[in-house]
Ligand binder design. Structure first.
Ligand code: SF4
Ligand code: SF4
Length: 483
């Protein structure tokens, strides 16, 4: 027997008082919200699965290319040099989440979060298929559990590949699939690890991710106020709760009557303490205890309670969407309050700034770097050459052809090792080139030169570069550079 101390009461909805895992098997409560959530979930699953296979301007709509440090978002690619744009995008995203939460509570958690969508509408239905639904006789057969996990494994592998596709693109993924894992051990390992985490999460960890691991869940207390839309139990109408017989005449707005042992009629709240709202809750809480961090706003308790209210002939909505102000204090929910005005205002300012930076950003980004080897070479004809690598990032959605010139040295040129410098839309190309100038341009050795890069369509950039040359040009006539 364990000597571990036990708590006086349960401290977490997923733990028993002795600290062991409390496995939750929430009952499914059919109803209007479950129906709508199911439709939303299946649409999102299709969207999430299909998205990496679509192309906008030759790229997936969303590609987080960590290797090349590029972020593509619906036809637009942001690069590491777009630090300001990335920072603004991040701020706008976070503030929008804060704003939506202040207005509509955890609507994201209950309706759109991949954790909820896949757990409640894919993994748990599979579990019920193999093992039986909670509240019903378990299905018999030792093969059922292994079969369930086998289906989980296949599904998790598929999901892991879909997830990875957002980071490497489906083209890479299909290429890897056709080759041995030994040819690409790191991507293979990443898929294996992600599959393992999916299995761990959906097969074991489950609702604990929302309760103890999700940072968004932990922020709730600061993002909600009493006017935010949440799922709430109407304690004014529901209390005092208790088992009761249905009165021949309901007592009006609040409650049913029960006849106590001594024959006196007592007014009761509408809650008959059937606990259907508790046994259906996927995070194992009792919504009647008030707003709780664990509540993911899945609305299952609304569907459960509505069906009970239908049965006992009371109006639906004992548990419903509402704000604390409207349900418990009977005030009108105020839409205009400091945070709901401040958030959109700040978002608007940031979005305008983003649009400005976006419109005025350069259509190309050029980097010129010295190549390995001798810093310069003096040719037989007295020309000094510097080998460089030129990297051009074309940020436009069309193909661009670039020319490079040495503008401040008479007779100076930039020589490419191939034909034109052509770069595809949203692509980056790096090529070796030679800067050439007559030795007479280096009377005092190395000097700054200006390289003009243009695309012939309005883009023009002047880049300062330190070109190496012989220290005593008059004395030199030919020979390699000295280091
Ligand atoms: S489902 Fe409704 S009636 Fe039943 S315990 Fe919950 S709140 Fe009370
Ligand atoms: S309390 Fe209700 S809305 Fe919140 S998680 Fe439980 S069932 Fe879902």
């Amino acid at each position: 027997m364990s000597n571990a101390p036990t708590a006086d009461e349960r401290v977490l909805s997923t733990l028993n008082a002795d600290g062991s895992r409390r496995w939750l098997k929430p009952r499914v409560s059919p109803g209007r919200f479950l129906f709508r959530r199911r439709i939303v979930a299946y649409v999102l699953i299709i969207f999430f699965t299909v998205l990496p296979h679509l192309r906008i301007a030759g790229k997936p709509p969303i590609l987080i290319d960590l290797l090349h440090r590029e972020f593509t978002f619906f036809g637009t690619t942001l690069y590491p040099t777009d630090t300001l744009l990335l920072a603004l995008l991040g701020l706008i995203t976070f503030l929008s989440i804060f704003f939506l939460t202040a207005m509509f509570g955890r609507v994201w958690c209950g309706w759109a979060c991949p954790q909820t969508v896949y757990l409640e509408f894919v993994y748990r239905p599979i579990e019920r298929f193999f093992e039986g639904a909670p509240g019903h006789k378990p299905k018999k057969g030792a093969w059922r559990k292994p079969a369930k996990f086998l289906v989980y494994l296949v599904l998790s592998f598929f999901l892991a590949n879909t997830f990875i596709a957002y980071f490497v693109g489906t083209d890479n993924l299909f290429q890897w699939m056709q080759r041995s894992p030994l040819d690409h051990p790191i991507p293979f390992l990443v898929v294996a690890v992600v599959t393992f985490f999916m299995m761990f999460d959906f097969g074991f960890f489950r609702e604990q991710l929302c309760i103890v691991a999700c940072p968004y869940g932990r922020f709730q207390s600061v993002m909600l106020d009493k006017n935010s839309l949440i799922i709430i139990y109407d304690s004014v109408r529901g209390e005092p709760r208790g088992k009761k017989k249905r009165s021949s005449k309901p007592t009006g707005d609040i409650g049913l009557k029960v006849v106590s042992g001594d024959g006196l009629e007592q007014k009761q709240g509408d809650c008959i303490d059937c606990k259907m709202c508790v046994t259906t809750c996927p995070t194992g809480i009792d919504i009647r205890d008030g707003l709780q961090l664990e509540c993911v706003n899945c609305a299952q308790c609304i569907d459960a309670c509505d069906s009970i209210m239908d049965k006992i002939g009371r109006p639906r909505g004992l548990i419903r969407y509402g704000s604390q102000a409207s349900v418990l204090e009977h005030h009108k929910t105020s839409l205009l309050r400091p945070r709901t005005m401040l958030y959109p205002l700040v978002i608007l300012v940031l979005a305008s700034l983003f649009a400005f930076v976006w419109v005025t950003r350069s259509p190309a980004f050029v980097t010129i770097m010295r190549s390995y080897g001798a810093p310069f070479t003096v040719m037989d004809d007295g020309t000094v050459t510097n080998a460089v690598n030129v990297k051009i990032q074309n940020r436009t959605p069309t193909v661009a052809s670039y020319t490079l010139e040495l503008v401040d040295i008479e007779g100076g040129t930039v020589v490419a090792s191939g034909d034109e410098y052509i770069v595809g839309p949203q692509e980056t190309v790096e090529r070796p080139m030679l800067l050439e100038a007559p030795v007479s341009a280096f009377p005092d050795g190395p000097r700054m030169v200006t390289i003009k890069v243009s695309d012939g369509k309005g883009f023009e950039k002047l880049i300062q570069y330190r070109m190496m040359g012989p220290a005593n040009a008059q004395a030199e006539s030919k020979g390699d550079g000295d280091g």
